[in-house]
Design a protein around this ligand. Structure first.
Ligand code: SF4
Length: 340
């Protein structure tokens, strides 16, 4: 039987009791229990053979001017900066991290030494056949979680058989798989869900809606259905999507309280490594009352009534896809009055 387990709210770092309520088979649950906790994402490269329409990596339409690959020393110092008491899982991303398999090998081994779990986010370009999928997963043995990007945009480049091969090779190793699904509208969501249901192996699914920013803006064009925010009730009715707490570290060791905070010029959730390096940036983020309140309650719910009023003034007359979309506008427009 095909089994798709949906993770509501798009967050993979679910509290244990929420996972328990999701009717996971017990063997799966025990695998996932070790992964419950906060994730920190490290970008090991910015290379990718694909050109997915929703991806911001090649926004200009040109390959990045400066390809980068984290050096061994950078990777070591970034992983050593991560406190296992704060973070449970290190997620290696790119670009396409499977293009830098030596870095992945080193990163996974360093995580093991530091009692951290490891995961990657990958499009399975390495799974054109079952033997190729096995070869890649052999190279990254010790990995605790495989995220596969699965959406209509990746499927313009990769056949469903690549995912089948990746899932089969992962299943043979007892490696849990989470499908990461981006979608622009309900029609795309239905379409991608149908394709997910056709796959034969077990996985869970995490959904994210494309925001009309950067490549997403080009993708969505003028097609932005939905009504504008006019009242506080409209604002409070926005779909919640906050994942603050699952942190991102960039190649310089700067630390961001969520993946979106890196995309804006100024964010209260961004901590520079310039002062004392990545370790200090992580400590400063953890010590930030703004970050902790957003992490615990979500962006909208963590704001006071007065701060919500400021957000309403910023939002009035505009359409927002979800909480993150509004939050980014608040970071760009709101100044400190939304946050302090
Ligand atoms: S709501 Fe804001 S802080 Fe929370 S994840 Fe979205 S962009 Fe980040």
């Amino acid at each position: 039987m095909n089994a798709v387990f949906t993770v509501p709210g798009s967050s993979l770092s679910l509290p244990e009791e929420k996972m328990l309520s999701m009717d996971f088979p017990i063997t799966w649950l025990s695998k996932w229990q070790g992964l419950v906790g906060r994730f920190i994402t490290l970008k090991i490269n910015n290379r990718c053979p694909l050109r997915c329409r929703h991806c911001s990596l090649f926004e200009s339409g040109e390959p990045p001017e400066h390809e980068f690959l984290l050096s061994e020393a950078q990777l070591r110092s970034q992983i050593e900066a991560i406190d296992p008491a704060v973070y449970a899982v290190v997620v290696f991303v790119g670009g396409e991290p499977s293009l830098s398999v030596n870095s992945l090998r080193l990163g996974i081994d360093l995580c093991c030494e530091r009692k951290l779990k490891s995961a990657i986010v990958s499009a399975p370009v390495w799974a054109s056949s079952l033997s190729n999928a096995n070869r890649f997963l052999d190279q990254v043995h010790g990995l605790n979680l495989l995220h596969l990007s699965f959406d209509l945009y990746h499927l313009e480049f990769l056949k469903a058989s690549f995912y089948e091969n990746a899932l089969e090779a992962a299943a043979a190793r007892g490696l849990p798989v989470a499908m990461l699904v981006c979608y622009a509208n309900e029609r795309e969501l239905d379409d991608v869900n149908e394709k997910l249901r056709a796959l034969r192996h077990r996985f869970i699914v995490s959904y994210s809606q494309v925001l009309p920013l950067g490549s997403g803006a080009q993708l969505l064009g003028q097609r932005q259905p939905g009504s504008t925010i006019e009242t506080m009730a409209d604002l409070l009715a926005l779909p919640r999507s906050c994942r603050a707490g699952n942190t991102v570290m960039d190649k310089h060791g700067n630390v961001y309280g969520c993946c979106w905070a890196e995309s804006v010029n100024s964010s209260p959730l961004a901590m520079s490594a310039n002062g004392g390096g990545a370790r200090t940036a992580i400590q400063e983020l953890e010590a930030s009352l703004i970050f902790q309140s957003v992490r615990k309650h979500g962006m909208i719910n963590s704001r006071t009534e007065q701060q919500k009023q400021v957000m309403l003034e910023i939002a009035k007359g505009k359409y927002f896809v979800n909480e993150c979309h509004l939050c980014l506008e608040a970071m760009a427009q709101g100044g400190s009055s939304v946050w302090r």
